[in-house]
Ligand binder design. Structure first.
Ligand SMILES: Nc1ncnc2c1ncn2[C@@H]1O[C@H](COP(=O)(O)OP(=O)(O)OP(=O)(O)O)[C@@H](O)[C@H]1O
Length: 374
């Protein structure tokens, strides 16, 4: 029997050894308990501690983003959730069952209740869209008539009913990912693991796929775990976020809280990248480190969860009587709070620059002197 991770089954699996008594509403969909993963030394390569002491839970029906840089341990976490890897220590409980303890047929059955979507779609090029979606149903032994009905339902769900007979080579990236999503959902899994599923798509298609995933979560109640290195994906879709760095969970909580008040340097770096904190090239080329007799001090203001972002510059200018120049601005809203960065030009010499920095600090807004321009 084929053991592709995306393959599902027709009926809900009956747990053989439930860890938690049935009916416990609060039981999360996925729970990591003291989870560690070490890949043993190989030839001249030392041991790799890919995951260290992971302890957190993912609520049923939630959409959780797991974000981290390359090598942080995201793929290892995915492989531990769907039982393709065994933990070195600890365990992973999925839907009440310790998946890390399952082997053979019970493991294959459990894997079928976890849908997977991939960055490069992993469709079979020799099969049409409909036949790709049908594959897990064929493996699960559905009848031809049931498969036909279910495939047609799924094509409607992902909104590409007209592509039924098309081959992957005839489809766009977004359409291929829709097929991937339909295939992952074919057998009604409880959990959908998305492993960088939008990383190969353009921003507009990404948006459409994320909207589709949001609808699926809302309508089918499937728990979605989004593995990504892109903060924008987490921000658009997830309510909860887990930041992994060097195999450890370094921050975790509501997306709005974490991204408006990032504490760990990795989270701060994700935010800066997403918001484009970089100084515009035309400004950077004119910046000098020492004050000029005539010119402006250039100050970068970090808006992190302040609700006063929209009036801050106006108030600063009015209250300090300074002709503040707005040299660059990037403001976004996360959970109703302003997040972004402004680059201000402050004329009036050192005294005005110091006053500005003090004013911002008084209002709990952090700032940084970038230099001076004439
Ligand atoms: N099968 C393996 N054998 C040995 N080391 C591995 C194996 N798989 C992953 N690693 C190592 O474990 C660490 C975590 O890798 P992992 O692929 O989980 O990270 P990731 O966050 O998914 O990275 P990426 O975004 O680049 O895929 C890395 O140092 C990686 O080299």
């Amino acid at each position: 029997m084929n053991a592709h991770p995306y393959v599902g089954i027709a009926e809900p699996i009956r747990p053989t050894e439930p860890v938690v008594p049935a009916g416990r509403v609060a039981e999360p969909m996925v729970r990591f308990e003291g989870l560690s993963k070490v890949y043993p030394a190989y030839r001249d390569k030392p041991d790799v501690e890919a995951l260290k002491d992971i302890d957190f839970a993912i609520a049923r029906g939630s959409i959780t983003g797991v974000i981290g840089r390359s090598g942080a341990g995201k793929s290892s976490l995915v492989r531990l959730i769907n039982g393709l890897e065994k933990p070195t220590a600890g365990r992973v409980i999925v839907d009440g069952r310790d998946i890390s303890a399952l082997r053979g047929q019970p493991l294959r059955l459990a894997q079928r209740s976890i849908g997977m979507i991939f960055q490069h779609f992993n469709l079979l090029s020799s099969r049409t869209a409909a036949d790709n979606i049908a594959l897990p149903l064929e493996i699960a032994g559905w009848s031809k008539a049931d498969i036909r009905a279910r495939v047609s339902e799924l094509l409607d769900l992902v909104d590409i009913a007209d592509k039924h007979d098309r081959y992957p080579s005839e489809l766009s990236g977004g359409q291929k990912q829709r097929i991937g999503i339909a295939r992952a959902l074919a057998t009604r899994p409880n959990v959908l693991l998305s492993d960088e599923a939008t990383s190969a798509l353009d921003p507009q298609t990404t948006r459409a796929i994320l909207d589709l995933l949001a609808n699926i979560n809302r309508e089918l109640g499937v728990t979605i775990i989004l593995i990504t290195h892109e903060m924008s994906v987490v921000r658009q879709l997830a309510k909860e976020v887990v930041v992994i760095d060097d195999g450890r969970v370094v921050e975790r909580g509501h997306v709005a809280d974490i991204f408006t008040h990032p504490r760990h340097p990795t989270t701060q770096a994700f935010l800066s990248e997403a918001l484009g904190d970089a100084v515009p090239v035309s400004l950077a080329s004119r910046l000098v480190p020492a004050p000029l007799s005539v010119g402006q001090a250039v100050i970068r203001v970090q808006l992190r969860g302040t609700d006063a972002g929209d009036t801050l510059v106006a108030r600063l200018a009015r209250e300090l009587s300074i002709d503040v120049a707005l040299l660059s601005a990037r403001i976004d809203e996360i959970g109703g709070q302003h997040v972004g960065s402004l680059i201000l030009g402050i004329p009036g010499g050192e005294a005005a620059a110091r006053q500005t920095v003090a004013y911002l600090a008084q209002h709990h807004v952090s700032s940084e002197r970038l230099g001076y321009v004439s």
